[in-house]
Design a protein around this ligand. Structure first.
Ligand SMILES: N[C@@H](CCC(=O)N[C@@H](CS)C(=O)NCC(=O)O)C(=O)O
Length: 224
């Protein structure tokens, strides 16, 4: 099949690449590689991404890892002026929010989701869950304020900055977000888009098909 190849099960950070590809309406092939020895640590996969992590994309001869680099690359290649901002300032704000999401909230939301939703109830660590909530409290307030005056992070239009931050915190959709009502409304606006719904359907199915042992391995490998 022609088009970009997206490697990684939909429940992994490959979700971000799948969402942007669906948003852009580009042709792509999804190769649902599993983490660890079952996929991402095999010699064949390591030859593509020596990090042994998901996702990675192959676009012709071009190989790219890091989920948010992937979303920004694809948006810039296919939708500069719409999904990808055309101005230097808009581009810089997109980088700002993307790096912010990775540094400030990615790990906290992941820890929370494992210990509140995904691990079997008896194995959820309440202390880790509460600590994660503390870590994300301030960044969530900052995001709430950022989307209190405009519908999207860069203004009136949905851009890859929104896609990146919303994808990183998508598992926060299961949280009680009453203290951050603007954030909640913005997140729902983003996740309600037709492309997001299609990507989320893949992610939800992938979550549902994940055996507990794999969820335990995710927590262990990533020290979550
Ligand atoms: N910063 C990287 C993180 C990639 C990452 O940690 N992916 C996870 C799956 S969501 C993974 O491959 N974990 C398995 C491992 O680290 O061995 C990105 O955003 O692409």
């Amino acid at each position: 099949m022609a088009g970009v190849k997206i490697y990684g099960m939909a429940r992994t950070r490959a979700f971000r690449a799948l969402w942007v590809a669906m948003e852009l309406g580009i042709e792509f092939e999804h190769i649902p590689i599993e983490i660890g020895e079952a996929g991402a640590q095999t010699p064949e996969f390591l030859a593509i991404n020596p990090n042994g992590r998901l996702p990675v994309i192959v676009d012709g001869d071009f190989v790219l890892f890091e989920s948010l680099a992937i979303t920004m690359y694809l948006a810039r290649k296919h939708a500069t002026g719409t999904l990808y901002p055309a101005t230097v300032e808009g581009e810089a704000k997109t980088w700002q929010w993307s790096l912010w999401a990775l540094n400030e909230v990615d790990r906290g939301v992941n820890i929370w989701s494992l210990h509140a939703v995904r691990l079997p109830k008896a194995e959820q660590d309440i202390a880790k869950r509460n600590e994660a909530l503390k870590v994300i409290e301030k960044p969530f307030r900052i995001l709430d304020a950022a989307v209190s005056k405009t519908p999207y992070l860069l203004g009136n239009d949905f851009t890859v900055a929104d896609l990146n931050v919303a994808a990183v915190i998508s598992r926060a959709a299961d949280m009680v977000l009453n203290a951050n009502r603007n954030l909640k409304a913005w997140l729902m606006r983003c996740l309600d888009r037709p492309a997001a719904k299609r990507a989320l359907a893949l992610k939800n199915k992938s979550d549902a098909d994940t055996p507990d042992d794999v969820t335990r391995r995710i927590a262990r490998i990533n020290r979550l």
